[in-house]
Design a protein around this ligand. Structure first.
Ligand code: GLV
Length: 369
């Protein structure tokens, strides 16, 4: 039985916590669904916990790391993103933090695909029509039609794990695929998808001969019927290819007036005021968003304008919210399981205590500081 470690979790992560308790850990869970006050996190860290479980809404910065400088050994984040954790401060205090990459890849891509379908085929408007008892006849094109996804061209902006998973799903719908990524290109994957498309055509599974290729951003935006965003949030000065407000008045105007935008990446990648204008003035046909510049979406957001509600779908940062993806205790399947395993790896010194070898540690550079 390992030494008894103390852990504070800022949110309940379900049964996976039992894995820690079975190992003799003392775990306290913040009981409310909303974020705990920062002062409480600082107080708990100061009280001498060994591990802190956090999520996207908790600001983990120098104040928290300073409070934990005597004892805190790991921050385990239940999310793939870690915009809320200051990597520089974690490194300054030599504290590794973990995330839950990979286990939410398919769920997020699947949700992006469903958002795209819901938007293009007008599922929300169609259900309202039925529920509001306004469906009075079957007619070839009244009161409205939707747009098919099958056979269309999609631009995948960002070809990391989730972008590649989205590509796989789009290929299954006989879509043509334009890929754009300023930082990371996976030509082997794209080649394999093309081979797959060719085989489907040759064997009569797809009537059309579909294609996939990397292109520049202008070509991707101007040629696509759908644009799906899968880039990390990179602010000005953080890298040569920032993604902050990548979608702004200029880039939205590049899209076709019949095109749809889907964002499951990070809210600030899309300038919301510009998007609302683009939807009002019909520069593009519609947008579906799961992430926002500020979350939760404010009551006075221009995206809530009733004038655009038929073409603007809004979801509550929900893409990874599948039961297994969020809560499975198996670190190969669930974010909760991966969070707990990341914490155990650090506290129990797995991998010979070498954080550079621990798969879920993000800031591996702490190992050589
Ligand atoms: C969700 O957006 C996550 O980062 O896990």
């Amino acid at each position: 039985m390992p030494k008894k470690f103390r852990v504070f979790a800022t949110c309940d992560i379900g049964d996976a916590i039992d894995l820690l308790r079975q190992r003799g850990y003392e775990v306290e869970i913040y009981p409310k669904p909303e974020a705990p006050p920062k002062s409480l996190i600082v107080e708990k860290v100061k009280s001498g916990i060994d591990g802190l479980i956090t999520t996207l809404r908790d600001s983990i910065d120098a104040e928290v790391f300073e409070a934990g400088k005597e004892k805190l050994r790991v921050v385990a984040q239940i999310a793939v993103g870690f915009d809320n954790i200051s990597r520089a401060d974690a490194n300054r205090y030599k504290i590794p933090f973990t995330n839950t990459a990979e286990v939410l890849t398919e769920a997020t891509a699947e949700f992006a695909f469903f958002m795209m379908g819901a938007l293009a085929r007008k599922l929300w408007t169609a259900e309202h029509l039925t529920r509001d008892n306004k469906w009075s006849y079957w007619h070839p094109y009244l009161p409205f039609l939707g747009d098919e996804v099958t056979g269309k061209t999609i631009a995948i902006i960002g070809t990391g794990r989730i972008g590649l998973a989205m590509i796989k799903k789009c290929a299954g719908f006989d879509m043509n695929i334009l890929c754009y990524d300023p930082a990371y290109q996976n030509h082997d994957y794209v080649k394999a998808i093309q081979e797959n498309m060719d085989l489907r055509h040759v064997r009569g599974i797809s009537k059309t001969k579909n294609w996939i290729k990397y292109v520049g951003v202008d070509e991707a935006l101007s040629q696509a019927d759908f644009v799906s965003v899968h880039v990390p949030l990179i602010r000005e000065g953080e890298s040569a290819a920032p993604t902050y407000h990548l979608f702004n008045e200029r880039t939205l105007r590049r899209m076709k007036p019949t095109a749809f935008l889907v964002n499951t990446s990070r809210g600030p990648v899309v300038e919301e005021a510009a998007l609302a204008k683009a939807l009002r003035e019909k520069w593009i046909a519609g947008a579906a968003l799961d992430v926002y510049e500020k979350e939760p979406l404010s009551a006075d957001s221009p995206l809530r304008d009733p004038a655009i509600e038929d073409r603007c779908r809004l979801y509550p940062h929900f893409a990874s919210a599948g039961r297994i993806t969020r809560l499975s205790s198996d670190p190969e399947k669930g974010m909760a399981g991966r969070t707990v395993q990341g914490l155990i790896d650090v506290l129990e010194g797995n991998y010979g205590g070498d954080v550079t070898k621990m798969p879920y540690v993000v800031n591996k550079e702490v190992g050589s500081l």
